[in-house]
Design a protein around this ligand. Structure first.
Ligand code: ARG
Length: 437
């Protein structure tokens, strides 16, 4: 196939230049959204009279045929095409003949790829948000079962005050719910159509960008064509939201690594979600949890890479922008895999009350003792000093269950680890997850 610009540069690209600049092998995953965008574009061209009804119908039928093939998982029609947009247009012209040449009326690949990315980000953000909802609901069930199972809460990874396993797990539930809402915001904000910006300055033809937006069910179009083709804020927002999700998953992964160690022993992982050692016969390793921790590095790397790519770029479109896809797709795949793995892992946890209980030593009640003195009228600083100097803190036997239960009940306020608070947290979290984002 001749290059799209063969009229200007008839000799064609050097194969090495083509190999260096081409992307169809990895931007093919935009084929679905590219076709959805083209269908909306064709509708608009028909509505403003730039296509006859016959041409519009022919193009629509041709694009729908291609869309069905893409959705059935077909590989690129031309592996040597420069990019997905070129591959689609070339295939359409092979099938429909000269009428396919009308598709690109008043459109550049610059506004086309921008629209594709908007469509992709909306779908990807919603997909991750839905995956997070599944994770949160699973977690809530496990948190409910262990709502009243006491364990030490930590600061500085040193035992601090009594909490419960349910309370601890729910902290992650709320983190992931915020991630879910953030992804919903990203999807909402990405629903602005750049189509009509053309290469950079719109078109002399009487196009109507608002019709495209309406066709897609979106509320807005860009008001500035330069902004429309050069904006990748919505990609950066998606990558950030997903990177933060990965970071939250990494914190949870780390907790599970610690909790499943022989030293802590708070949790036992189901064999199916653990691994062994090729050399040491006795080992049972928490590799999934470790990879939740480790894979978050990719989120940070992609976010850093994308921001570095965007900084300092002059307006409007620059070919550098094609690199955004590596970061976008990489983050999407990484986050999607990690959320699903975490969902599996939630169901693979068996808590060990004998170990969480043994770790609840009497020193964890020291702050409560100081609080009692405060209730008797003593200034807190003095109470702190009195309790601190009253014993040898290296010798703290396991606290009686009743004392721990009382400490938890006394903390039964908003945010606290007490039983009513946990019930409220569970209800609030489940209500929040039931809300669409
Ligand atoms: N494949 C390019 C991208 O993803 C779009 C092509 C625009 N190329 C151009 N030379 N104007 O950004």
């Amino acid at each position: 196939m001749p290059d799209l610009w063969a009229g200007r540069l008839p000799e064609g690209s050097h194969p090495d230049a083509r190999a260096f600049t081409g992307t169809v092998s990895w931007d093919w995953r935009l084929a679905h959204v590219d076709l959805v965008g083209s269908l909306a574009h064709v509708d608009m061209l028909g509505a403003v009279g730039l296509l006859t009804p016959l041409d519009r119908d022919q193009l629509t039928a041709g694009l729908r045929e291609l869309l069905a093939e893409v959705d059935a998982g077909c590989p690129p029609w031309d592996e040597a095409a420069e990019d997905v947009h070129t591959a689609v247009e070339q295939e359409l012209s092979q099938r429909l003949g000269p009428v396919a040449g009308r598709l690109h009326t008043a459109r550049s690949r610059n506004d086309q790829v921008a629209l594709d990315l908007h469509l992709y980000v909306v779908d990807a953000a919603r997909e991750l948000a839905a995956a997070l909802a599944r994770l949160i609901l699973r977690l809530a069930d496990v948190a409910e079962i262990h709502a009243a199972l006491p364990m030490p809460g930590y600061t500085h990874l040193q035992r601090a005050q009594p909490i419960t396993v349910g309370h601890h797990l729910l902290a992650y539930g709320f983190m992931w719910q915020r991630d879910r809402e953030r992804l919903g915001d990203v999807a909402r904000r990405a629903q602005v159509s750049p189509l009509g910006a053309g290469a950079l300055a719109g078109s002399t033809l009487k196009v109507d960008p608002l019709t495209v937006a309406q066709q897609l069910g979106w509320p807005a179009v860009y008001l500035n064509s330069l902004d429309a083709v050069s904006d990748r804020d919505f990609v950066a927002e998606f990558v950030f939201a997903a990177a933060l999700t990965l970071s939250h998953l990494s914190r949870w992964g780390e907790e599970l690594v610690i909790w499943s160690s022989a030293e802590f022993g708070f949790v036992e992982l189901a064999d199916a979600w653990a691994t062994g050692s090729s050399m040491m016969p006795h080992k049972k390793n928490p590799d999934v949890a470790e990879l939740l921790r480790g894979r978050s590095a990719r989120g940070v790397a992609h976010l850093t890479g994308l921001l570095t790519l965007l900084k300092g770029l002059p307006l409007a479109y620059n070919r550098d922008l094609q690199e955004d896809k590596g970061y976008l797709f990489g983050t999407h795949d990484t986050a999607s895999g990690a959320i699903d793995a975490a969902t599996g892992l939630v169901g693979a946890l068996t808590f060990r009350p004998e170990r969480t209980g043994a770790a609840l030593t009497t020193d964890l009640l020291a702050t409560d003792q100081a609080d009692r003195l405060v209730e008797e009228g003593m200034p807190f600083r003095q109470a702190h000093g009195q309790v601190a100097s009253s014993r040898d803190w290296r010798q703290s036997p396991a606290a009686p269950g009743a004392a721990v239960a009382q400490s938890l009940t006394e903390r039964d306020r908003v945010m606290g680890p007490g039983p009513l608070s946990i019930a409220r947290q569970l209800a609030a979290l489940r209500r929040a997850v039931a809300e669409p984002v």
